[in-house]
Design a binder for this molecule. Structure first.
Ligand code: NAD
Length: 354
């Protein structure tokens, strides 16, 4: 354990709890990075990890990322994240979900959970039977909450438009060529919004049929997933996996803007420097992809007051994403630092650690 106290990933977490419930077989980690701005909000990842150290690393890095994301979105929420360590078959039982709900309840509202990779709305409903500190629950018509994907996609679309205006001097994406990696909930939503405004799209997904179907729907071109990062285009929009911007891929990019929703896109800080050196405008992932957490956080905060989440307020806050990005890019111009580094510094000031 000593290694965690001295590792960069530790980053002064307020509290990290290792949870084991013998009766249900639940093993989990709940990491609370900062409650400076409010309760630490961030989803729960249900995953099979090769070893517990990998799970701890994931929890710590993701919870710090949530502190930064929530702060930059202007939310009154801190940052936290949980991981549930599953077996190879990814078995989860109602008893495990109940025990996990009890573990969240024991945080007394300082940690609020939501869906993340491997989790479903049904899991959140099961956890909500044991604690009120859950969001991403089914929303009633016209109020905030529910599936965060479309809200995340809207924020990314607005962020791409801001990048196109800032870098290319164009006030519309009509005719702008965007290469979209990943055609799932977020990437598919982004592609549809861009297509509606006349963007030229190249799409890819490891599920090739998915990319081809979306391309047929939108009049776009589908390419093999291995080729998407080298497509000559104006904007490369990563909406699949993290850590895709590494030394090899950054050298091969043929775009002037990188703006998409995948979490933790930059593999190492050296890759952020390389991206900036190549003169590519980068929209920091946790700034541009905050639409979903804005939606579910406002759902949670409203439920605490016994009222429905205000959808107009969700839209207003998502509409603030372009201004946050512009603030980052202006600071990059003033400091000559990469956008990832500048965003981290801005977020650290907001959470009282500047
Ligand atoms: P999703 O599972 O709906 O879609 C992901 C898609 O990416 C799938 O179609 C998958 O086949 C494809 N994919 C996987 N590996 C690929 C590869 N190497 N090349 C091309 N395509 C590949 O997930 P999502 O909800 O759309 O999330 C996408 C990304 O956005 C993730 O990194 C997620 O962490 C991040 N994110 C999502 C949200 C949200 O609200 N859903 C919010 C913030 C960040």
């Amino acid at each position: 354990m000593t290694a965690f106290w001295t590792s960069a990933d530790w980053d002064e977490h307020e509290r990290v709890e290792l949870v084991h419930d013998r009766a249900s077989g639940l093993t989990a980690i709940i990491a609370l990075h900062s409650t400076h701005l409010g309760p630490g909000a961030g989803g729960t990842r249900f995953w099979h990890y090769a070893d517990p150290a990998a799970a701890m690393k994931d929890a710590l890095r993701l919870s710090r990322g949530m502190s930064y994301k929530n702060a930059m979105a202007g939310l009154p929420m801190g940052g936290g994240k949980a991981v549930v360590l599953l077996d190879q078959d990814r078995t989860r039982t109602p008893a495990m979900l109940a025990a996990f709900g009890d573990a969240i309840e024991a945080f007394g509202g300082r940690y609020v959970t939501a869906e993340d990779v491997g989790a479903s709305e049904a899991d959140m409903v099961a956890i909500a039977a044991r604690t009120a500190h859950v969001c991403g629950l089914p929303a009633s018509e016209g109020s905030a909450g529910g599936d965060p994907g479309p809200f995340t996609a809207r924020g990314i679309y607005l962020g791409i438009k801001a990048a196109v205006a800032h870098r290319l001097g164009r006030d519309s994406v009509e005719g702008v060529h965007v290469a979209v990696q990943g055609c799932g909930s977020v990437g598919g939503g982004v592609a549809r919004l861009l297509a509606a405004e006349g963007a030229r799209l190249t799409l890819a997904d490891i599920d090739a049929a998915r990319a081809e179907a979306l391309a047929a729907e939108l009049g776009a071109t589908a390419v093999d997933a291995s080729a998407i990062m080298e497509v000559p285009c104006d904007v490369f929009s990563p909406n699949a996996l993290g850590a895709i911007l590494d030394a090899q891929s950054v050298a091969r990019l043929a775009c002037s803007i990188v703006a998409g929703g995948a979490n933790n896109q930059i593999a190492t800080s050296a890759d952020g420097v390389a991206l900036a050196k190549r003169g590519i405008l980068y929209a920091p992932d946790y700034v541009i992809n905050a639409g979903g957490i804005i939606n579910v956080s406002l759902e949670y905060l409203a439920r605490q007051k016994g009222v429905p989440g205000d959808l107009a307020e969700v839209e207003r806050m998502i509409g603030g994403i372009p201004d946050r990005l512009l603030a980052v890019w202006r600071e990059c111009e003033a400091t000559r630092l990469g956008a990832d580094r500048v965003a981290d510094r801005m977020a650290q000031v907001l959470i009282g650690r500047g």
